[in-house]
Design a protein around this ligand. Structure first.
Ligand SMILES: Nc1ncnc2c1ncn2[C@@H]1O[C@H](COP(=O)(O)OP(=O)(O)OP(=O)(O)O)[C@@H](O)[C@H]1O
Length: 592
């Protein structure tokens, strides 16, 4: 998702006040990103607006095209759908449902009949359009991809191909849930962005009638998203979606009297001495009268009522809380949302993890009746996710169970653990998104959410996955976001997904460069790069020095590491195609 998109959201949200919600007929929660400002539309036609926007010439042309297409025949499901598309439009227009093949008396496979039955039961068509250059990818070799998409989503996908057109219309037929799944899968496949420009996919649902239409023009200025409506619909939909869930208990803080009695000036002094903690209440809620809690100075001031936690801390021989912990523990134990900005290795994991344990244990519904995990921690890489899970296991707090879900790991083993029941999921967004989409993991029970190292997750392109996962998590959850840097993308994520947070910065906001590391920039011609690396190793490194080399492509990783091996330099390589075992081995190799 582009920065443009963030800006668009932010601008839209700023300029339009959140309205009161009173919309009874709701589109799904996921369709919001696609909804465009309503135009007067008299017919709730089953055709998408892409067709409408083509104007009257379309029908005249379609007569000839259709004849031509019918002559060509129609064997393949995907191509058949596309080639016969317009003929089908006319029949639907006459109110005969989805029966082009029925009309012809063509035979159908069981799978086709399944889709057909679902279709006719619900009579819903969602229309989206994609750049025509992406259609081949959606269809796949011999139609394999489109069949897979249909099976995964449960929706029937019809490509309404048009020769010489930059945009191709796709009809998604089936239940609303299936349509949304199909839309998500197609978008993922096309790697599209919703922002400006004509690569954006757009959609509409024919059931929703004239108030909604899809914007398929490639003219940027016509894309007018009514964000007030979007938010209203989302909020109303959330209320409906999460209304049966039990209340969340969030505030577990019993402030130590010694902490409560700290004067404001003294609290400021403590913060200054603790690596310059700066803390800001970003609450927009005028009724929020709570003050920023004073920092704690000792582990006992934070956890005296939780002796098991203290015992594990003592066992690790920690002497005092780190700065981020001093300020974050009181905030999180009070149940407030938190944005924690601090460099890596400053103890952020325990800052959010220990309150998470207390949160899980303190909920009123018995654990076995919660229907899923309470705590979800999203982390950018499997190594980080594994480190966090290691911390969870180290504390072994009151039998709380956890699982680590990451791409490249054994999917079946991860699924087995999840289905047996866990309270904490630590996951990388891509794999979790896959499991949520396939309804293996249900995140509706999550009441405490952590977006760890949000800046890295965005850098790694996980924004779509995160947004998709968050759609299914109740909005009244407690949310923590940590980051080492504070770029606009992270800010925008915080503004969109945290409620009235307290922001804790450690050190200065100039966190992009670590001051203890000397940074030197050399501009080297492409063909000289390898030589420069080997010169550096030969002439500028001491025998015990270690070197991390980052390159742009996986192939170059293999190339460089084999060259190094040939030259007798001990090295290991890591990239996404290497087995997890090898990657982990490389990591250990570097550490020792
Ligand atoms: N109060 C403390 N005193 C001493 N060591 C601590 C303290 N809190 C955490 N640690 C240890 O410091 C190390 C780094 O902590 P942690 O992994 O939580 O940092 P982090 O900020 O989350 O880093 P990253 O951003 O890399 O995840 C860990 O080994 C952890 O056990």
């Amino acid at each position: 998702m582009s920065e443009d998109w963030d800006e668009e959201i932010k601008t839209g949200l700023k300029s339009v006040p959140k309205p009161h919600v009173s919309t009874p007929a709701l589109p799904s929660s996921t369709s919001w990103a696609m909804v465009a400002k309503s135009r007067p539309e008299t017919t709730a036609s089953q055709f998408g607006s892409s067709q409408r926007s083509r104007g009257s010439g379309f029908r005249a042309k379609s007569e000839d095209d259709n004849k031509l297409r019918n002559r060509r025949g129609n064997n393949d499901d995907a191509f058949g759908a596309s080639r016969g598309g317009r003929g089908e439009h006319r029949s639907r227009g006459r109110g005969r449902g989805f029966g082009r093949n029925d009309e012809r008396g063509t035979r159908h496979t069981n799978k086709e009949n399944q889709y057909r039955n679902r279709d006719s039961e619900r009579s819903s068509v969602m229309t989206m359009s994609v750049p025509s250059s992406k259609v081949g990818r959606i269809i796949g070799k011999g139609g394999a991809k489109i069949r897979e998409l249909q099976e995964l989503s449960g929706a029937r996908i019809k490509i309404q191909a048009e020769e010489n057109s930059e945009e191709t219309r796709i009809d998604l037929i089936g239940s609303e849930e299936a349509q949304i799944k199909a839309k998500d899968l197609i978008e993922e496949l096309c790697e599209m962005s919703y922002g400006k420009g004509h690569s954006a996919s757009t959609c509409t649902n024919s059931l929703r009638g004239g108030g909604w239409f899809s914007q398929t023009s490639n003219k940027e200025e016509e894309m007018q998203i009514d964000w007030s409506m979007v938010w209203a619909l989302k909020e109303a939909n959330d209320i409906k979606k999460f209304k049966d869930l039990p209340a969340i208990k969030k505030n577990f803080y019993i402030e130590d009297p010694n902490v409560a009695n700290i004067y404001p000036e003294e609290a400021e002094k403590i913060r200054r001495e603790k690596n310059n903690i700066s803390v800001i209440d970003l609450s927009k809620d005028e009724n929020n009268t709570g003050r920023i809690p004073n920092p704690v100075r000792t582990f006992e001031e934070a956890f005296q009522h939780y002796p098991e936690i203290l015992d594990t801390i003592y066992a690790q021989k920690f002497t005092e809380p780190s700065p981020i912990q001093c300020q974050s523990w009181p905030v999180l134990l009070q149940g407030r949302d938190l944005i924690g900005i601090a460099q890596t290795g400053t103890g952020k994991t325990l800052a959010f993890l220990l309150p998470a344990f207390i949160h899980i244990d303190g909920q009123t519904v018995p654990r076995e009746e919660r229907g899923g995990p309470n705590v979800l921690i999203l982390s950018p890489t499997r190594e980080l996710a594994q480190q966090i899970e290691l911390e969870v296991k180290k504390f072994n707090y009151k039998g709380i169970k956890s699982v680590c879900i990451y791409g490249g790991g054994d999917r079946k083993a991860q699924v087995d653990v999840v289905t047996k029941g866990v309270e904490i999921i630590v996951a990388t967004p891509g794999r979790l998104c896959d499991l949520v989409r396939n309804e293996i993991v249900n995140v509706k029970s999550v009441t405490y959410l952590v977006l760890d190292e949000a800046d890295r997750m965005l850098d790694m392109g996980f924004k779509y996955d995160i947004v998709k996962i968050l759609i299914d998590i109740r909005p009244d959850r407690q949310t923590v976001m940590t980051s080492a840097t504070w770029p606009p993308g992270v800010r925008s994520l915080g503004e969109s997904y945290l409620k009235n947070p307290i922001q804790v910065f450690i050190g200065s906001l100039d966190l992009a460069a670590v001051h203890s590391v000397t940074q030197r920039v050399e501009i080297v011609e492409e063909e000289d790069k390898k030589k420069r690396v080997f010169d550096f190793i030969a002439h500028e490194m001491d025998p015990n020095d270690k070197l991390l080399v980052f390159v742009g492509r996986k192939g170059r990783v293999d190339d460089l590491s084999s060259d190094m091996t040939l030259k007798g330099i001990r090295c290991q390589s890591i990239h996404g195609d290497r087995y997890c075992f090898c990657a982990r081995y490389s990591y250990i190799f570097f550490l020792f």
